[in-house]
Design a protein around this ligand. Structure first.
Ligand SMILES: NC(=O)c1ccc[n+]([C@@H]2O[C@H](COP(=O)([O-])OP(=O)(O)OC[C@H]3O[C@@H](n4cnc5c(N)ncnc54)[C@H](OP(=O)(O)O)[C@@H]3O)[C@@H](O)[C@H]2O)c1
Length: 320
């Protein structure tokens, strides 16, 4: 497919390939799952709520009747849930892609912590994905796969405190969101550097959706049902926004375009909207000292080091 001709209706044939999407019950995760399934992929839709997962699966199959879609409970804010879900996935065949999308986009007004004791936005958006990506390193290496971390334009609009990633001091909802997205993006680039250094056959890529909002997204029962007021307000912002369906294009391209390479940053051509284009991530997220410090923090907080050596020796379970 030509680089300027990306469209979900003309994705590469993904039959025989398996992708896991976090936070696939709504928004970008749902539409990414739909686009992948439409191209013939086997999609493992994951989420923290079984009813929402069942609804999302039905909604995908309503549009792609022969879609190969399975569901799996996975709460990214809970390290036990991450480990359990990863164990289930490891018990099956190889994996070709991981879309690390789940996220809290409207953080709580006051700082909240998870059952594991971590600040909830950092835990959900960044730490849980660090753990999941590490737990799934072997099947992803066996599938010569790719992982995509979901960043945000907000990383250019706020500060980052490298000594306090969980905002024990100076919490605000906006700071919590920005910190978590700086962390997610920096981890995505650091993962690529470490995987290359260890000869692990996995690419790590970062993508962002621009500014994608529900009031500009088509209605889907149980998935996207904005009120009339939301539609009205969101449509007033039309020049600087796009639908979540369009926002998912960059994420899916980063995941499946054969020309995409590890360490790249993909997003909409006009920053907030437009077809996917290769871009440059914010300076903070490209700072290797910040990334290395954060990596060490995640290793300590999860008690887990990625199994690079085993992954570098992972054999393909099959060839396409
Ligand atoms: N929309 C944008 O303009 C924009 C811009 C930049 C970056 N992003 C990023 O894109 C990602 C998706 O955003 P979105 O706009 O699609 O948001 P959304 O519509 O609110 O969807 C978020 C998804 O994440 C799930 N989720 C939240 N907490 C979870 C947890 N603890 N475990 C598992 N799943 C969880 C939600 O599940 P529930 O249904 O159970 O809540 C939902 O499926 C986020 O990482 C966000 O930071 C979005």
């Amino acid at each position: 497919m030509a680089r300027d001709d990306w469209h979900p209706d003309r994705l590469p044939d993904l039959s025989g390939k398996r992708y896991l999407v976090t936070g696939s019950t709504a928004g970008l995760g749902f539409f990414s799952s739909l686009q992948l399934a439409g191209a013939g992929a086997h999609v493992i839709m994951t989420g923290r709520n079984p009813n929402k997962l069942a609804t999302a699966r039905v909604a995908v199959r309503r549009q792609v009747p022969d879609a190969e879609v399975t569901t799996l409970l996975l709460d990214t804010s809970n390290l036990g849930s991450v480990r359990a879900a990863a164990a289930t996935v490891r018990g099956r065949a190889g994996l070709h892609g991981l879309l690390l999308n789940a996220g809290i986009v409207h953080p709580p007004r006051r700082r909240e912590t998870t059952a594991d004791g971590h600040e909830v936005v950092f835990a959900t958006n960044a730490l849980g994905h660090y753990a999941l990506a590490g737990e799934l390193l072997l099947p992803l290496a066996a599938g010569r796969g790719r992982k995509v971390w979901v960043g945000s334009m907000s990383t250019s609009m706020g500060a980052y405190d490298p000594v306090d990633p969980e905002l024990e001091a100076n919490y605000s909802p906006w700071r919590a969101y920005v910190q978590s997205k700086v962390a997610t993006t920096a981890l995505g680039f650091e993962a690529d550097r470490r995987l290359r250094a260890a000869n692990v056959p996995i690419a790590s890529v970062v993508a962002h959706p621009g500014y994608a909002i529900s009031g500009r997204t088509r209605g889907i029962l149980g998935i996207n049902e904005p009120s009339r007021m939301t539609r009205f307000v969101d449509n007033l912002q039309a020049p600087i926004t796009q639908s979540k369906e369009h926002g998912a294009w960059a994420l899916v391209r980063a995941l499946v375009d054969p020309e995409v390479e590890g360490g790249q940053f993909w997003g909409p051509s006009r920053l907030v909207a437009g077809p996917p284009k290769l871009g440059t991530a914010s300076k903070l997220t490209r700072d290797e000292d910040i990334a290395a410090r954060l990596w060490a923090y995640c290793e300590h907080a999860t008690g887990m080091t990625w199994p690079y050596l085993k992954a570098s020796r992972a054999r393909r379970p099959w060839r396409r």
